[in-house]
Design a protein around this ligand. Structure first.
Ligand SMILES: Nc1ncnc2c1ncn2[C@@H]1O[C@H](COP(=O)(O)OP(=O)(O)OP(=O)(O)O)[C@@H](O)[C@H]1O
Length: 312
C-alpha cells in the first residue's frame, strides 16, 4: 500500500496515563493501519490495557492525542460505538445470563448484526448456549466475550488478551477467526504477552515495557531475518570456558551463556560453524544437547532491549 493510500484505524501520539504517582503509559505512539492486525506485546503491567481502554473511550488520557476511526473516543464515543467491537480483559457478563441471551441482547443494539446462533456455532459454543455465564469455563467466557465484540459487524475490534485462559484448541480457533477478520478488512488491535500469538497474527508488533514502546515493526523486521543474524543454541555442562571456541570460530561470531548450561553462538551460522562447535564440545568431553539453528525470536528481541524475559 503506498503511503498516500494508507489510512489509519487508530492513531495514538504521546499518550500518557498516570494513576496517582504511577506512570502506567509514558509517551506511547502507535498507528494501526486500516485492515491490519496490530499486537501490543508486553509483560504484565506494561500499560497495554490502559492504552486500549483509552482508545475504547473507557479511560481518560492525561496527555497525548488518540484518534479512532478519525474520531476522539472520549468526546465522540456515540459515533464510534456502532463501528467498534470491544473484548475487555476478564469477560464481564452478568453471572446469571445465558450465553445466547447475552449475545442476542447485544445483537439487538446493532443495526445489522450477525446471526447470534451462527456466531456461537463458529466459536464452538453451541453446547453451552443455555449455560449461565458464571458456569461457563474461563475459555468459554472468553469466546463468548469475543462473540459479543464481533456480533455487530465492527470495522475495528479491540481484543484485550483474547486467548487468555484458553486451551490450545480454542486458541487456534480464535487465531483463525482473527485471521478471517483481517481478510474481511476488519482492523484489529490486540494485546498479548504471548510471543507466538503476536508472531502468528500481527502485521505490526509494538513491544511495550514500563509504558514505553521499546521496539516496533513487523515480526520479520523485529527479528531481522537475515543470514547474518542467526543463533546456534545448545545445552551442555554449565560454566565452560568458551575462549577457545571463540578463537576457533570465524571473526564476528559471539558466544554467550545467557542462562546456566544454555549456550548461544550468534552471527552467520554455516555448516562449518556447527562442525566447529560440536568438535569443541567433543574436546571438552561434553555432549551438545538440543542443538538447533534458529533466527532470533521476539522473546530474544525483548530480552536484549529490556534485560528481562517477557514472561517475568
Ligand atoms: N486503576 C488503576 N489504579 C492504579 N494503578 C493501576 C490501575 N490500572 C492499572 N494500574 C497500574 O498501571 C500499570 C499498567 O497496568 P495495565 O493494566 O495497563 O498493564 P497491562 O500491560 O495491561 O498488564 P496486564 O498484562 O497485567 O493486564 C500497572 O502497574 C498497574 O498496576
Amino acid at each position: 500500500m503506498s503511503p498516500q493510500s494508507r489510512t489509519c484505524a487508530v492513531e495514538v501520539s504521546g499518550l500518557v496515563k498516570r494513576y496517582g504517582s504511577k506512570v502506567a503509559v509514558d509517551g506511547l505512539d502507535l498507528t494501526l493501519d486500516t485492515g491490519s492486525v496490530l499486537a501490543l506485546l508486553g509483560p504484565n503491567g506494561a500499560g497495554k490495557t490502559s492504552t486500549v481502554e483509552i482508545c475504547e473511550g473507557f479511560r481518560t488520557a492525561d496527555e497525548g492525542t488518540v484518534r479512532v476511526l478519525g474520531l476522539d473516543p472520549r468526546t465522540q464515543g456515540d459515533r464510534l460505538r456502532p463501528r467498534v467491537g470491544v473484548m475487555p480483559q476478564g469477560g464481564g457478563g452478568y453471572p446469571g445470563v445465558r450465553a445466547d441471551e447475552l449475545l442476542s441482547l447485544i445483537a439487538t443494539c446493532s443495526a445489522n448484526p450477525l446471526d447470534p446462533a451462527w456466531l456461537l456455532d463458529v466459536l464452538g459454543l453451541t453446547s453451552a448456549v443455555r449455560t449461565p455465564y458464571k458456569r461457563l469455563s474461563g475459555g468459554q467466557q472468553q469466546r463468548l466475550s469475543l462473540a459479543c465484540a464481533l456480533v455487530g459487524r465492527p470495522e475495528l475490534v479491540f481484543l484485550d488478551e483474547p486467548t487468555a485462559g484458553m486451551d490450545p484448541q480454542a486458541r487456534r480457533l480464535v487465531w483463525e477467526l482473527i485471521s478471517a477478520l483481517r481478510s474481511d478488512g476488519v482492523s484489529v488491535l490486540l494485546t498479548t504477552h504471548l510471543i507466538d500469538e503476536a508472531e502468528q497474527l500481527a502485521d505490526h508488533v509494538v513491544i511495550v515495557d514500563s509504558g514505553r514502546v521499546v521496539a516496533q515493526g513487523s515480526p520479520r523486521e523485529l527479528t531481522a531475518d537475515e543470514p547474518d543474524d542467526q543463533q546456534l543454541r545448545f545445552r551442555t555442562r554449565p560454566g565452560l570456558d568458551t575462549t577457545l571456541l571463540v578463537a576457533a570460530l570465524p571473526e564476528g561470531l559471539d558466544v554467550r551463556e545467557p542462562t546456566q548450561g544454555s549456550y548461544l553462538v550468534e552471527g552467520r551460522i554455516d555448516p562449518q560453524v556447527v562442525s566447529t562447535v560440536t568438535s569443541w564440545c567433543a574436546q571438552q568431553g561434553v555432549l551438545a544437547e538440543e542443538l538447533m539453528v534458529a533466527k532470533r525470536s521476539l522473546e530474544d528481541v525483548f530480552l536484549e532491549l529490556t534485560g528481562r524475559e517477557l514472561r517475568s
